[in-house]
Design a protein around this ligand. Structure first.
Ligand code: GLU
Length: 264
């Protein structure tokens, strides 16, 4: 299976967008990206696909709104920043999708919610209802209520949990790299994009994942964890670069590459 086949063959798609993709170099939210992304979602929805978005960026949006808190590291300020930024983030998403006549809905989850059957059932029902009505659910971690024990901590794992809860056909993680490489592409000119990962355990043996050797981001580990979760439920995952104008549509029409983790 190719990346293109995985996208064209999927009906229910969870797409995760990271803070790096959503923020511009000056730390402001990239509304141009959001407008283009909403247009691509609208295009796929016309082809009868259903989209659920997992969006990071609450804290980034908070910092760009209340500049004077940007250096506060204490947890109360981080959580307050998320509360401020989440509203800003959703305001921008609402504006982006309204151009295409599409409503959005906000869902904020914690790890505890996924561990509680009653909560999970309600979350699932809400997701199905929103999607059936043509609304695009936009999910983030409920950062202002989380503490260590109930924290998911990263939206890669949150998006995999969401994909399994909603029984998605495909999970797409957009990052600031094109996918998994055989070596760090920033340091090694011979590094090649791994386009297909049929066996994640094998991949783990063949590449080095870590803070300093994680192929351009500090987050390869959580991306591989997300792939392990999704694939173990039979959901393939694509890791791709969200930085292109046609990031999403480009995967569907074969113009963009990525790493596909397949589920047997
Ligand atoms: N929930 C965090 C935020 O919206 C982001 C977590 C992540 O990027 O993985 O700021």
């Amino acid at each position: 299976m190719t990346v293109q086949e995985a996208v064209t063959g999927a009906r229910k798609i969870v797409v995760k967008i990271g803070s790096n993709t959503l923020a511009k170099a000056d730390g402001k939210i990239n509304t141009e990206f959001m407008a283009g992304f909403a247009e691509q979602c609208a295009e796929l929805m016309k082809q009868s696909k259903q989209i659920v978005i997992v969006s990071s960026g609450a804290q980034v949006a908070g910092v760009s709104t209340i500049d004077r808190w940007s250096r506060r590291k204490d947890i109360h300020y981080r959580q307050a920043l998320a509360a401020i930024g989440q509203v800003e983030l959703m305001d921008k998403w609402r504006a982006a999708f309204s151009e295409f006549g599409i409503h959005i809905g906000q869902l904020l989850f914690t790890r505890e919610d996924f561990e509680n059957d009653h909560c999970t059932l309600n979350m699932r029902n809400t997701l199905f209802t929103l999607v059936d009505e043509g609304v695009v659910p936009i999910i983030n971690e409920n950062d202002s209520v989380t503490f260590d024990e109930i924290r998911i901590g990263d939206n890669d794992n949150l998006s995999a949990l969401t994909a399994t809860m909603w029984s998605a056909d495909l999970l797409i993680l957009f990052s600031d790299i094109d996918g998994v490489y055989t070596a760090n592409p920033k340091k090694n000119a011979d590094a090649k994009l791994v386009e297909l990962v049929p066996d994640i355990a094998e991949l783990r043996k063949s590449i080095t994942i870590g803070d300093t050797n994680s192929f351009g981001t500090g987050g390869m580990e959580t991306k591989i964890q997300a792939a392990e979760k999704a694939v173990s439920y039979g959901i393939p995952m694509i890791l791709a670069n969200g930085g292109y104008e046609d990031a999403l549509i480009g995967l569907a029409n074969g113009n963009r590459k990525g790493t596909l983790f397949t589920a047997e």
